[in-house]
Design a protein around this ligand. Structure first.
Ligand code: NAD
Length: 441
């Protein structure tokens, strides 16, 4: 049986490091320790818990450069993006904690006083595309609210998570924050264990399984799942501005982003000019490894994901799409920026998450048609609309948790609609998801 997980550098295939898989039979003991720690952690004041977290992140801060390089080597993203993520996590924690504190202040209601109590132990299960930020966003509100956390980071990026948690744990009280490693079997065992909430970020498939397992114990859930974000470009849009956003939002993080723009609907009157501008901008993006400072598009996390992207591109071509840039032939480990037009509604990339650096364009004739096509999806994470007249009306009609006007989606709260999940983080309402609401009258 597999005892360790090796972490690979996506640019070279070299081994970055190795972590021990947590044996499933150890999970009950880990839970026991977590509950024990929670009984003391919840008795601290909110300020005392925040003070611990502030000191813990300050303890990690001098090791930022080590974390940045580890994140890049393990996940593949360029140093600039890793720097943004590490600084965002370390620097943003105290701001987030202060926002959670506001959410925890008891409120008066007609019936009495509403209190926001901790739930108990929260399992945080996270993906690889933002190896630190994704778990931090859920872990901090959970901890500030008085819960303890057992974290399972992605098996693709265990090393940077391990190191960061180790640095935090030099300051935090014992067992308030524990980390387990493994593939989905360990995730499943965590969901089945004595946890009161599962705060999950990842795919629909895993989300569905977690919901079924959690049903047994009516466990609380935060489900931050995938998307297939549409962008609508109205005929009076600032075409160059929209094209720049279309490229940036499709290629960001090599397209490996939950709110990546995956479908672009452009009014037929400006479609040709828009395509030309998209090609001009996208062809300037530099593809390369993490340690090349010119890199904007970096290697795909693994071969399975890379083959899926190529399959989606081929499938779109088979259904009539024209290749304007890139295509299906790419250097090993990479997908270079690819621009397709006349992508059919029936193509896989119009229906499923591609999660790669692909700009997928198609034309439309009427606003009603564009809205209907944008909404014709099981997903509803982000969406955007570019234009002037009636742009807010279009935004209101889009079925998504986050809609950007003349910019791409992404905000606080970070929230999905439809099968992109439920329960969320960020904002007062988001932070309260990590609490048990109790009214005392
Ligand atoms: P994934 O679902 O394969 O894995 C995510 C985590 O869940 C990993 O730690 C994995 O080991 C674990 N896991 C897998 N199956 C499980 C199960 N049945 N029970 C318990 N745990 C299980 O996702 P991924 O490939 O790591 O990440 C990419 C996905 O995450 C994309 O769909 C992306 O859109 C989504 N995502 C969503 C958001 C958001 O905020 N909505 C943010 C980032 C990524």
């Amino acid at each position: 049986m597999e005892k360790t997980i090796k972490s690979y550098n996506p640019a070279t295939g070299e081994i970055v490091g190795e972590v021990q898989i947590t044996p499933i039979e150890r999970i009950p003991e880990i839970m026991h320790k977590s509950h024990d720690a929670q009984s003391k952690w919840k008795k601290l004041t909110v300020d005392e818990r925040i003070d611990y977290l502030d000191r813990a992140t300050q303890n990690a801060a001098p090791f930022s450069q080590e974390l940045i390089e580890l994140l890049s080597r393990e996940m593949g993203k360029d140093l600039g993006r890793s720097t943004g993520e590490v600084h965002g996590v370390i620097g943003g924690t105290s701001y987030m904690a202060a926002e959670v504190k506001k959410a925890l202040v008891p409120q008066q209601s007609v019936g009495g006083t509403i209190h926001y109590d901790p739930l108990g132990v929260v399992a945080v299960i996270s993906p690889w595309n933002y190896p630190l930020a994704m778990f931090n966003n859920l872990m901090i509100p959970a901890l500030v609210a008085g819960n303890t956390v057992v974290l399972k980071p992605s098996e693709e990026t265990p090393m940077v998570a391990e190191r960061y948690i180790e640095l935090l744990n030099e300051v935090l009280p014992q067992n308030v924050l524990q980390i387990v490693h493994g593939r989905r079997e360990v995730g499943k065992a965590l969901v089945d264990a004595d946890v009161q909430m599962i705060a999950f970020t990842g795919s629909q498939a895993a989300g569905r399984d977690i919901m079924q397992r959690a049903a047994k114990g009516i466990k609380r859930l935060v489900m931050e799942l995938g998307g297939n974000d549409p962008m609508i470009v109205l005929p009076d849009a600032d075409m160059r501005h929209a094209a720049r956003y279309a490229v940036a939002a499709s290629l960001e993080n090599s397209g490996q982003m939950c709110t990546s723009t995956e479908r672009i609907y452009v009014h037929s009157s400006i479609k040709k000019a828009f395509e030309e501008e998209v090609i001009r901008v996208a062809s300037q993006y530099h593809t390369g490894p993490w340690d090349d400072e010119r890199t904007q598009v970096f290697p795909i996390i693994n071969e399975k994901q890379r083959s899926k992207i190529i399959d989606h591109i081929q499938n779109a071509i088979d259904q009539g799409a024209k290749v304007l840039l890139g295509g299906t032939k790419h250097p090993d480990r990479y997908i270079e920026p690819t621009v397709l037009t006349d992508v059919s509604e029936a193509a896989l990339m119009s229906k499923e998450e591609t999660f790669g650096p692909v700009v997928s364009i198609s034309g439309y004739e009427t606003k009603e048609e564009a809205i209907a096509r944008a909404n014709n999806s099981i997903y509803g994470l982000g969406a955007s609309v570019f234009g002037k007249e009636g742009v807010e009306e279009v935004a209101k009609q889009l079925e998504a948790g986050m809609v950007g006007i003349n910019k791409t989606a992404g905000s606080s709260p970070w929230v999905g609609a439809k099968q992109s999940g439920f329960g969320y983080h960020g904002s007062i309402d988001g932070h309260r998801q990590f609490t048990q609401v109790k009214v005392i009258s």
